[in-house]
Ligand binder design. Structure first.
Ligand code: FE
Ligand code: CA
Length: 525
Protein backbone atom coordinates (compact mmCIF):
# COMPACT_ATOMS: atom_id res chain seq x y z
CA UNK A 1 0.00 0.00 0.00
CA UNK A 2 1.14 3.53 -0.72
CA UNK A 3 2.38 5.91 1.91
CA UNK A 4 -0.73 7.99 1.51
CA UNK A 5 -2.83 5.29 3.11
CA UNK A 6 -2.75 7.02 6.49
CA UNK A 7 -4.16 10.12 4.84
CA UNK A 8 -6.79 8.14 2.98
CA UNK A 9 -7.65 6.55 6.27
CA UNK A 10 -7.96 9.94 7.88
CA UNK A 11 -10.56 10.97 5.30
CA UNK A 12 -12.47 7.82 6.07
CA UNK A 13 -12.18 8.61 9.74
CA UNK A 14 -13.58 12.09 9.36
CA UNK A 15 -16.55 10.62 7.52
CA UNK A 16 -16.95 8.07 10.29
CA UNK A 17 -16.70 10.77 12.94
CA UNK A 18 -19.26 12.92 11.15
CA UNK A 19 -21.63 9.97 11.36
CA UNK A 20 -20.79 9.26 14.98
CA UNK A 21 -23.34 11.59 16.48
CA UNK A 22 -24.12 9.01 19.14
CA UNK A 23 -20.55 9.31 20.41
CA UNK A 24 -19.99 12.99 21.19
CA UNK A 25 -16.80 12.36 23.16
CA UNK A 26 -15.18 10.49 20.32
CA UNK A 27 -16.27 13.28 18.04
CA UNK A 28 -14.69 15.90 20.30
CA UNK A 29 -11.54 13.84 20.45
CA UNK A 30 -11.45 13.22 16.75
CA UNK A 31 -11.79 16.93 16.05
CA UNK A 32 -8.89 17.68 18.36
CA UNK A 33 -6.69 15.37 16.32
CA UNK A 34 -8.28 15.98 12.95
CA UNK A 35 -5.80 18.65 11.89
CA UNK A 36 -3.05 16.08 11.90
CA UNK A 37 -1.88 14.04 8.94
CA UNK A 38 0.80 12.63 11.14
CA UNK A 39 0.95 8.88 11.73
CA UNK A 40 2.21 9.74 15.27
CA UNK A 41 -1.21 10.35 16.84
CA UNK A 42 -0.27 7.90 19.62
CA UNK A 43 2.83 9.80 20.73
CA UNK A 44 6.21 8.43 21.79
CA UNK A 45 7.66 6.74 24.87
CA UNK A 46 10.91 5.53 26.35
CA UNK A 47 11.61 2.95 29.00
CA UNK A 48 13.70 0.26 30.65
CA UNK A 49 16.89 2.36 30.71
CA UNK A 50 20.34 0.84 31.28
CA UNK A 51 23.75 2.52 31.60
CA UNK A 52 24.40 2.94 27.87
CA UNK A 53 20.91 3.11 26.46
CA UNK A 54 17.15 2.70 26.69
CA UNK A 55 14.15 1.62 24.65
CA UNK A 56 12.33 4.15 22.50
CA UNK A 57 8.81 3.43 21.36
CA UNK A 58 6.17 4.69 19.01
CA UNK A 59 3.18 3.20 17.24
CA UNK A 60 1.88 4.39 13.92
CA UNK A 61 -1.83 4.79 13.70
CA UNK A 62 -4.65 6.80 12.28
CA UNK A 63 -8.15 7.63 13.33
CA UNK A 64 -10.51 6.14 14.20
CA UNK A 65 -8.94 3.71 16.61
CA UNK A 66 -11.73 1.15 16.57
CA UNK A 67 -10.73 -2.54 16.77
CA UNK A 68 -9.59 -3.96 13.46
CA UNK A 69 -8.75 -0.62 11.90
CA UNK A 70 -5.07 -1.57 11.87
CA UNK A 71 -5.87 -4.06 9.09
CA UNK A 72 -6.26 -1.11 6.73
CA UNK A 73 -2.71 0.13 7.29
CA UNK A 74 0.28 -1.05 5.23
CA UNK A 75 2.02 -4.31 6.10
CA UNK A 76 5.17 -2.36 6.89
CA UNK A 77 6.15 1.29 7.07
CA UNK A 78 9.77 2.49 7.26
CA UNK A 79 10.45 4.49 10.42
CA UNK A 80 13.60 6.53 11.09
CA UNK A 81 14.66 7.43 14.60
CA UNK A 82 17.11 9.92 16.09
CA UNK A 83 18.63 10.37 19.54
CA UNK A 84 20.23 13.71 20.41
CA UNK A 85 22.08 15.23 23.33
CA UNK A 86 19.75 18.26 23.33
CA UNK A 87 16.01 18.82 22.91
CA UNK A 88 16.51 20.84 19.70
CA UNK A 89 18.47 18.00 18.01
CA UNK A 90 21.50 20.19 17.28
CA UNK A 91 23.69 17.20 18.03
CA UNK A 92 22.21 13.92 16.85
CA UNK A 93 24.29 11.11 18.36
CA UNK A 94 22.47 8.05 17.12
CA UNK A 95 20.11 7.44 14.23
CA UNK A 96 18.71 4.41 12.52
CA UNK A 97 15.86 2.92 10.56
CA UNK A 98 13.38 0.22 11.40
CA UNK A 99 9.98 -0.98 10.17
CA UNK A 100 6.59 -0.59 11.75
CA UNK A 101 4.96 -3.95 11.06
CA UNK A 102 1.27 -4.68 10.92
CA UNK A 103 2.18 -8.00 12.51
CA UNK A 104 3.13 -6.03 15.64
CA UNK A 105 0.27 -3.55 15.44
CA UNK A 106 2.64 -1.00 13.83
CA UNK A 107 4.39 -0.57 17.17
CA UNK A 108 8.12 0.17 17.10
CA UNK A 109 10.49 -0.69 19.96
CA UNK A 110 14.11 0.31 19.37
CA UNK A 111 16.92 -0.52 21.80
CA UNK A 112 19.33 2.39 21.60
CA UNK A 113 22.88 1.62 22.81
CA UNK A 114 26.34 3.20 22.92
CA UNK A 115 25.37 6.29 24.92
CA UNK A 116 27.00 7.87 27.98
CA UNK A 117 25.69 6.74 31.35
CA UNK A 118 23.69 8.84 33.76
CA UNK A 119 22.45 11.68 31.58
CA UNK A 120 19.34 12.78 29.68
CA UNK A 121 18.78 12.34 25.94
CA UNK A 122 16.05 13.34 23.52
CA UNK A 123 14.56 11.18 20.78
CA UNK A 124 12.08 11.38 17.92
CA UNK A 125 10.85 9.35 14.96
CA UNK A 126 10.26 10.22 11.30
CA UNK A 127 7.83 8.34 9.07
CA UNK A 128 5.83 9.24 5.96
CA UNK A 129 7.48 12.64 5.86
CA UNK A 130 6.22 13.50 9.34
CA UNK A 131 8.15 13.98 12.57
CA UNK A 132 6.96 12.61 15.86
CA UNK A 133 6.81 14.66 19.04
CA UNK A 134 10.10 14.71 20.98
CA UNK A 135 10.53 12.57 24.09
CA UNK A 136 13.06 12.80 26.88
CA UNK A 137 14.88 9.66 27.99
CA UNK A 138 17.86 9.02 30.22
CA UNK A 139 20.59 6.47 30.69
CA UNK A 140 21.10 4.97 34.13
CA UNK A 141 24.25 5.84 36.06
CA UNK A 142 26.85 3.04 36.14
CA UNK A 143 25.96 0.48 38.86
CA UNK A 144 28.61 1.52 41.39
CA UNK A 145 28.65 5.23 40.57
CA UNK A 146 28.04 7.64 43.46
CA UNK A 147 24.62 9.24 42.96
CA UNK A 148 23.00 11.77 45.28
CA UNK A 149 19.38 11.80 44.22
CA UNK A 150 16.59 10.19 42.24
CA UNK A 151 13.09 11.49 41.60
CA UNK A 152 10.37 8.95 40.85
CA UNK A 153 6.71 9.13 39.97
CA UNK A 154 4.66 6.05 40.81
CA UNK A 155 1.31 5.44 39.11
CA UNK A 156 -1.29 2.72 38.56
CA UNK A 157 -4.89 2.05 37.58
CA UNK A 158 -6.02 4.35 34.78
CA UNK A 159 -9.64 3.62 33.96
CA UNK A 160 -10.33 5.46 30.71
CA UNK A 161 -14.06 5.57 31.27
CA UNK A 162 -14.07 7.02 34.79
CA UNK A 163 -12.09 10.19 34.21
CA UNK A 164 -9.57 12.31 32.39
CA UNK A 165 -5.87 11.74 32.80
CA UNK A 166 -5.00 14.99 34.61
CA UNK A 167 -2.89 12.99 37.05
CA UNK A 168 -0.65 11.96 34.15
CA UNK A 169 -0.38 15.59 33.03
CA UNK A 170 0.73 16.77 36.47
CA UNK A 171 3.09 13.81 36.79
CA UNK A 172 4.73 14.89 33.51
CA UNK A 173 5.09 18.46 34.77
CA UNK A 174 7.21 17.20 37.68
CA UNK A 175 9.69 15.87 35.11
CA UNK A 176 10.73 12.88 37.23
CA UNK A 177 13.87 10.88 36.40
CA UNK A 178 11.79 7.70 36.06
CA UNK A 179 8.13 6.75 36.08
CA UNK A 180 7.22 3.46 37.76
CA UNK A 181 3.92 2.08 36.47
CA UNK A 182 2.48 -0.67 38.66
CA UNK A 183 -0.39 -2.11 36.64
CA UNK A 184 -3.90 -1.60 35.25
CA UNK A 185 -2.68 0.57 32.38
CA UNK A 186 -5.94 -0.31 30.61
CA UNK A 187 -9.17 -1.95 31.78
CA UNK A 188 -10.42 -4.84 29.72
CA UNK A 189 -14.14 -4.41 30.36
CA UNK A 190 -16.61 -1.79 29.19
CA UNK A 191 -19.21 -0.02 31.27
CA UNK A 192 -22.67 0.92 30.09
CA UNK A 193 -21.99 4.15 28.14
CA UNK A 194 -25.23 5.59 29.54
CA UNK A 195 -23.99 5.27 33.12
CA UNK A 196 -23.48 8.56 34.96
CA UNK A 197 -20.06 7.30 36.04
CA UNK A 198 -18.81 7.13 32.46
CA UNK A 199 -16.99 10.30 31.44
CA UNK A 200 -15.84 8.86 28.08
CA UNK A 201 -16.73 5.40 26.85
CA UNK A 202 -14.37 2.83 25.43
CA UNK A 203 -17.04 2.51 22.70
CA UNK A 204 -16.06 -1.12 22.12
CA UNK A 205 -17.03 -4.42 23.67
CA UNK A 206 -14.87 -6.09 26.33
CA UNK A 207 -11.41 -7.01 25.02
CA UNK A 208 -10.88 -10.72 24.40
CA UNK A 209 -8.55 -10.84 21.40
CA UNK A 210 -5.48 -9.05 20.07
CA UNK A 211 -7.48 -6.44 18.14
CA UNK A 212 -9.55 -5.68 21.21
CA UNK A 213 -6.54 -5.20 23.49
CA UNK A 214 -4.56 -3.24 20.87
CA UNK A 215 -7.48 -0.87 20.46
CA UNK A 216 -7.54 -0.09 24.18
CA UNK A 217 -3.85 0.75 24.27
CA UNK A 218 -4.29 2.93 21.18
CA UNK A 219 -7.20 4.81 22.74
CA UNK A 220 -5.23 5.46 25.93
CA UNK A 221 -2.19 6.60 23.94
CA UNK A 222 -4.34 9.06 22.00
CA UNK A 223 -4.79 10.96 25.28
CA UNK A 224 -2.60 14.11 25.31
CA UNK A 225 -2.03 13.95 29.08
CA UNK A 226 -0.78 10.38 28.91
CA UNK A 227 1.37 11.27 25.90
CA UNK A 228 3.01 14.02 27.98
CA UNK A 229 3.72 11.57 30.79
CA UNK A 230 5.42 9.16 28.40
CA UNK A 231 7.40 11.89 26.66
CA UNK A 232 8.59 13.35 29.98
CA UNK A 233 10.61 10.40 31.31
CA UNK A 234 11.41 6.73 30.79
CA UNK A 235 8.79 4.38 32.21
CA UNK A 236 9.48 1.12 34.00
CA UNK A 237 6.29 -0.89 33.88
CA UNK A 238 4.75 -4.00 35.30
CA UNK A 239 1.23 -5.30 34.88
CA UNK A 240 -1.62 -6.24 37.17
CA UNK A 241 -4.88 -7.99 36.35
CA UNK A 242 -6.80 -5.62 34.08
CA UNK A 243 -4.23 -5.81 31.30
CA UNK A 244 -5.84 -9.27 30.85
CA UNK A 245 -8.91 -9.81 33.04
CA UNK A 246 -10.10 -8.65 36.45
CA UNK A 247 -8.57 -10.80 39.24
CA UNK A 248 -7.18 -13.57 36.99
CA UNK A 249 -4.38 -15.78 38.29
CA UNK A 250 -1.85 -17.39 35.93
CA UNK A 251 -4.02 -19.51 33.58
CA UNK A 252 -7.19 -19.25 35.65
CA UNK A 253 -9.97 -16.94 34.55
CA UNK A 254 -12.12 -15.39 37.25
CA UNK A 255 -15.07 -17.09 35.52
CA UNK A 256 -15.95 -20.70 36.28
CA UNK A 257 -16.41 -22.72 33.10
CA UNK A 258 -13.58 -21.03 31.19
CA UNK A 259 -10.95 -23.71 30.63
CA UNK A 260 -7.26 -22.97 31.11
CA UNK A 261 -6.75 -23.62 27.39
CA UNK A 262 -9.35 -21.05 26.40
CA UNK A 263 -8.08 -18.53 28.94
CA UNK A 264 -4.48 -19.09 27.79
CA UNK A 265 -5.43 -17.79 24.33
CA UNK A 266 -6.98 -14.66 25.79
CA UNK A 267 -3.98 -14.14 28.05
CA UNK A 268 -1.54 -14.57 25.14
CA UNK A 269 -3.39 -11.90 23.13
CA UNK A 270 -3.40 -9.54 26.10
CA UNK A 271 0.29 -10.09 26.85
CA UNK A 272 1.16 -9.56 23.18
CA UNK A 273 -0.68 -6.22 23.14
CA UNK A 274 1.01 -5.16 26.39
CA UNK A 275 4.48 -5.98 25.05
CA UNK A 276 3.83 -4.17 21.79
CA UNK A 277 2.55 -1.08 23.51
CA UNK A 278 5.02 -0.65 26.34
CA UNK A 279 8.61 0.63 26.00
CA UNK A 280 10.06 -2.78 26.90
CA UNK A 281 13.12 -4.58 25.65
CA UNK A 282 12.26 -7.62 23.61
CA UNK A 283 12.07 -10.42 22.89
CA UNK A 284 12.00 -11.39 26.52
CA UNK A 285 10.77 -14.96 26.92
CA UNK A 286 11.11 -17.43 29.75
CA UNK A 287 11.90 -21.13 29.32
CA UNK A 288 8.22 -21.80 28.52
CA UNK A 289 8.05 -19.20 25.75
CA UNK A 290 6.13 -16.80 27.96
CA UNK A 291 7.11 -13.14 28.26
CA UNK A 292 9.50 -12.53 31.12
CA UNK A 293 8.49 -9.31 32.85
CA UNK A 294 10.31 -9.43 36.17
CA UNK A 295 13.66 -7.69 36.00
CA UNK A 296 15.92 -5.36 37.94
CA UNK A 297 17.21 -1.82 37.51
CA UNK A 298 20.01 -0.15 39.42
CA UNK A 299 20.44 3.60 39.78
CA UNK A 300 24.13 4.02 40.60
CA UNK A 301 24.93 3.20 44.22
CA UNK A 302 21.68 4.82 45.36
CA UNK A 303 18.87 2.41 44.55
CA UNK A 304 18.06 -1.07 43.29
CA UNK A 305 14.63 -1.56 41.77
CA UNK A 306 13.58 -5.17 41.38
CA UNK A 307 10.34 -5.08 39.36
CA UNK A 308 8.00 -8.00 40.00
CA UNK A 309 5.30 -9.87 38.08
CA UNK A 310 2.53 -10.75 40.53
CA UNK A 311 0.05 -12.26 38.04
CA UNK A 312 1.64 -14.65 35.59
CA UNK A 313 2.91 -17.35 37.92
CA UNK A 314 0.68 -17.21 40.92
CA UNK A 315 -1.49 -19.90 42.42
CA UNK A 316 -5.24 -19.78 42.02
CA UNK A 317 -7.32 -17.58 44.27
CA UNK A 318 -7.65 -19.22 47.69
CA UNK A 319 -10.56 -21.63 48.24
CA UNK A 320 -11.85 -20.82 44.74
CA UNK A 321 -13.84 -24.04 44.31
CA UNK A 322 -15.63 -23.58 47.64
CA UNK A 323 -16.37 -19.91 47.05
CA UNK A 324 -19.36 -18.54 45.13
CA UNK A 325 -16.89 -15.93 43.84
CA UNK A 326 -14.67 -18.64 42.26
CA UNK A 327 -11.64 -16.81 40.79
CA UNK A 328 -12.82 -13.36 41.79
CA UNK A 329 -11.16 -11.50 44.64
CA UNK A 330 -13.35 -11.69 47.72
CA UNK A 331 -13.28 -11.47 51.50
CA UNK A 332 -12.36 -14.92 52.82
CA UNK A 333 -12.45 -16.23 56.38
CA UNK A 334 -9.23 -17.39 58.06
CA UNK A 335 -10.87 -20.83 58.13
CA UNK A 336 -9.82 -21.15 54.45
CA UNK A 337 -6.59 -23.11 54.78
CA UNK A 338 -5.38 -21.97 51.34
CA UNK A 339 -4.67 -18.52 52.76
CA UNK A 340 -1.76 -19.97 54.74
CA UNK A 341 -0.74 -22.87 52.48
CA UNK A 342 3.04 -22.78 51.85
CA UNK A 343 2.50 -24.69 48.59
CA UNK A 344 0.79 -21.63 47.14
CA UNK A 345 2.84 -18.88 45.54
CA UNK A 346 2.34 -15.29 44.42
CA UNK A 347 5.49 -14.86 42.35
CA UNK A 348 6.13 -18.43 41.24
CA UNK A 349 9.09 -20.39 42.56
CA UNK A 350 11.62 -19.18 40.02
CA UNK A 351 10.80 -15.52 40.56
CA UNK A 352 10.90 -16.02 44.35
CA UNK A 353 14.39 -17.46 44.10
CA UNK A 354 15.45 -14.73 41.70
CA UNK A 355 14.21 -11.98 44.04
CA UNK A 356 15.85 -13.62 47.03
CA UNK A 357 19.16 -13.60 45.12
CA UNK A 358 18.70 -9.96 43.99
CA UNK A 359 18.16 -8.85 47.58
CA UNK A 360 21.13 -10.85 48.88
CA UNK A 361 23.42 -9.40 46.20
CA UNK A 362 22.22 -5.80 46.47
CA UNK A 363 24.74 -3.27 47.77
CA UNK A 364 22.79 -0.07 47.07
CA UNK A 365 21.67 2.42 49.70
CA UNK A 366 17.97 1.83 48.98
CA UNK A 367 16.03 -1.19 47.69
CA UNK A 368 12.72 -0.26 46.11
CA UNK A 369 10.70 -3.42 45.52
CA UNK A 370 8.40 -2.38 42.69
CA UNK A 371 5.27 -4.50 42.27
CA UNK A 372 1.55 -4.50 41.67
CA UNK A 373 -0.28 -5.50 44.87
CA UNK A 374 -0.73 -4.42 48.49
CA UNK A 375 1.73 -6.39 50.63
CA UNK A 376 0.69 -5.19 54.10
CA UNK A 377 -2.08 -7.14 55.76
CA UNK A 378 -5.59 -5.83 56.31
CA UNK A 379 -7.31 -7.87 59.00
CA UNK A 380 -11.08 -7.68 58.66
CA UNK A 381 -12.49 -9.29 61.84
CA UNK A 382 -15.92 -10.80 61.51
CA UNK A 383 -18.07 -8.81 63.94
CA UNK A 384 -20.06 -11.85 65.08
CA UNK A 385 -17.34 -14.52 65.39
CA UNK A 386 -14.23 -12.37 65.87
CA UNK A 387 -12.48 -14.53 63.23
CA UNK A 388 -10.23 -12.58 60.91
CA UNK A 389 -11.07 -12.31 57.24
CA UNK A 390 -8.88 -11.21 54.35
CA UNK A 391 -9.14 -9.85 50.81
CA UNK A 392 -7.95 -12.69 48.61
CA UNK A 393 -6.63 -11.03 45.44
CA UNK A 394 -3.56 -9.35 46.98
CA UNK A 395 -0.80 -10.69 49.26
CA UNK A 396 -3.36 -11.31 52.05
CA UNK A 397 -4.61 -14.18 49.87
CA UNK A 398 -1.08 -15.63 49.71
CA UNK A 399 0.10 -15.25 53.29
CA UNK A 400 2.78 -17.95 53.32
CA UNK A 401 4.25 -16.44 50.15
CA UNK A 402 4.19 -13.02 51.81
CA UNK A 403 6.01 -14.39 54.83
CA UNK A 404 8.68 -15.82 52.52
CA UNK A 405 8.98 -12.41 50.84
CA UNK A 406 9.39 -10.60 54.17
CA UNK A 407 11.77 -13.28 55.42
CA UNK A 408 13.79 -12.90 52.25
CA UNK A 409 14.00 -9.13 52.77
CA UNK A 410 14.90 -9.58 56.43
CA UNK A 411 17.67 -12.15 56.00
CA UNK A 412 19.18 -10.40 52.96
CA UNK A 413 20.21 -7.34 54.98
CA UNK A 414 19.40 -5.35 51.84
CA UNK A 415 19.58 -1.76 53.03
CA UNK A 416 16.46 0.37 53.38
CA UNK A 417 13.88 -1.89 51.73
CA UNK A 418 10.74 -0.07 50.62
CA UNK A 419 7.90 -1.83 48.81
CA UNK A 420 6.02 0.20 46.18
CA UNK A 421 2.52 -1.02 45.35
CA UNK A 422 -0.54 -0.27 43.22
CA UNK A 423 -3.92 -1.95 42.58
CA UNK A 424 -5.82 -0.69 45.64
CA UNK A 425 -6.92 2.70 44.24
CA UNK A 426 -5.88 4.37 47.49
CA UNK A 427 -2.88 5.79 49.30
CA UNK A 428 -1.32 3.72 52.07
CA UNK A 429 1.82 4.03 54.17
CA UNK A 430 2.45 0.74 56.00
CA UNK A 431 5.04 -0.85 58.18
CA UNK A 432 5.60 -4.43 57.03
CA UNK A 433 5.95 -6.93 59.88
CA UNK A 434 6.11 -10.72 59.72
CA UNK A 435 3.71 -10.88 62.64
CA UNK A 436 1.66 -8.13 64.23
CA UNK A 437 4.13 -7.58 67.08
CA UNK A 438 7.38 -8.34 65.19
CA UNK A 439 9.68 -5.47 64.26
CA UNK A 440 9.13 -3.80 60.88
CA UNK A 441 11.33 -5.28 58.16
CA UNK A 442 10.36 -2.78 55.47
CA UNK A 443 7.97 0.04 54.74
CA UNK A 444 5.34 0.06 52.02
CA UNK A 445 3.97 2.97 50.00
CA UNK A 446 0.85 2.43 47.92
CA UNK A 447 -0.02 4.85 45.11
CA UNK A 448 -3.65 5.72 44.47
CA UNK A 449 -5.28 5.33 41.06
CA UNK A 450 -5.00 7.74 38.16
CA UNK A 451 -8.81 7.56 37.79
CA UNK A 452 -10.23 4.23 39.04
CA UNK A 453 -12.79 4.08 41.86
CA UNK A 454 -11.37 3.84 45.36
CA UNK A 455 -12.58 1.26 47.91
CA UNK A 456 -14.88 2.35 50.74
CA UNK A 457 -12.89 4.90 52.74
CA UNK A 458 -14.91 4.75 55.95
CA UNK A 459 -15.07 0.93 56.02
CA UNK A 460 -11.29 0.55 55.80
CA UNK A 461 -10.63 3.51 58.10
CA UNK A 462 -12.81 1.77 60.71
CA UNK A 463 -10.39 -1.20 60.60
CA UNK A 464 -7.32 0.90 61.39
CA UNK A 465 -7.51 0.04 65.11
CA UNK A 466 -7.18 -3.68 64.25
CA UNK A 467 -4.31 -2.86 61.88
CA UNK A 468 -1.90 -0.51 63.68
CA UNK A 469 0.85 -1.12 61.09
CA UNK A 470 -1.20 0.99 58.65
CA UNK A 471 0.14 4.47 59.31
CA UNK A 472 -1.81 6.24 56.60
CA UNK A 473 -4.82 5.38 54.46
CA UNK A 474 -6.98 7.44 52.14
CA UNK A 475 -9.06 6.09 49.25
CA UNK A 476 -11.01 9.24 48.39
CA UNK A 477 -8.49 10.82 46.05
CA UNK A 478 -7.13 10.13 42.57
CA UNK A 479 -3.54 10.93 41.69
CA UNK A 480 -0.08 9.42 42.00
CA UNK A 481 2.91 9.11 44.29
CA UNK A 482 5.95 11.33 43.94
CA UNK A 483 9.21 10.16 45.53
CA UNK A 484 12.29 12.23 46.19
CA UNK A 485 15.18 9.96 47.14
CA UNK A 486 18.54 11.04 48.53
CA UNK A 487 21.26 9.12 50.34
CA UNK A 488 19.82 10.19 53.69
CA UNK A 489 16.10 9.90 53.16
CA UNK A 490 13.11 9.07 51.03
CA UNK A 491 10.30 11.60 50.85
CA UNK A 492 6.95 10.39 49.54
CA UNK A 493 4.35 12.96 48.49
CA UNK A 494 0.80 11.80 47.85
CA UNK A 495 -0.31 13.98 44.92
CA UNK A 496 -4.02 14.39 44.28
CA UNK A 497 -6.05 15.95 41.48
CA UNK A 498 -9.05 18.16 42.19
CA UNK A 499 -11.59 16.21 40.07
CA UNK A 500 -11.14 13.30 37.68
CA UNK A 501 -14.17 14.46 35.69
CA UNK A 502 -12.53 17.84 35.02
CA UNK A 503 -10.03 17.68 32.12
CA UNK A 504 -8.29 20.75 33.61
CA UNK A 505 -8.06 19.40 37.18
CA UNK A 506 -5.51 21.04 39.50
CA UNK A 507 -2.97 19.35 41.78
CA UNK A 508 -2.39 19.42 45.53
CA UNK A 509 -0.46 17.29 48.00
CA UNK A 510 -2.60 15.24 50.38
CA UNK A 511 0.17 14.10 52.73
CA UNK A 512 3.92 13.58 52.84
CA UNK A 513 5.96 10.93 54.62
CA UNK A 514 9.68 10.57 55.16
CA UNK A 515 11.72 7.42 55.68
CA UNK A 516 15.21 8.08 57.00
CA UNK A 517 18.02 5.83 55.84
CA UNK A 518 18.62 3.20 58.52
CA UNK A 519 15.04 2.92 59.83
CA UNK A 520 11.81 1.64 58.23
CA UNK A 521 9.82 4.08 60.38
CA UNK A 522 7.38 6.29 58.47
CA UNK A 523 7.44 9.90 59.62
CA UNK A 524 4.45 12.02 58.64
CA UNK A 525 5.52 15.55 57.74
FE1 FE B 1 -6.95 -1.09 39.20
CA1 CA C 1 -5.84 -4.55 39.90
Amino acid sequence: MADSSFRADRRRVLKWLAAATAAPLVLRYGQALAGQDSPFVLGVASGDPWPDGFVIWTRLSSLPLYPGNQERLPLKVPVHWEVASDPLFRQVLRRGQTQALRLLGHAVNVEVTGLQSGRPYWYRFIAQGERSPVGRALTLPQPGQAVDSLRLAVASCANWELGYFSAYRHLAAESPDLVLFLGDYIYEYTRDPASDAVVRSYIAPEAFDLDGYRYRYALHRSDPDLQQAHAAAPWIVTWDDHEVQDDYSAYWSKEPGVSQQVFARRRAAAYQAFIENMPLRRPRRDAHGQPLLYRRFQYGDLASLPVLDGRQYRSRQPCADQSPFYGKGHVESASCADLFDPQRTMLGWEQERWLDRQLLDSDTRWNLITQNLLVGTLRIPDASTGIDRYWTDNWDGYQAARDRLLHSIERSDARNPVVLSGDYHSFWANELRRTLDAPAVASELVATSITSNGPNHDAITALRGENPHIRFFDSRERGYLSIDLTRERLQADFRVISDRRDPGATLTTLASHVIDSGSPQLIRL
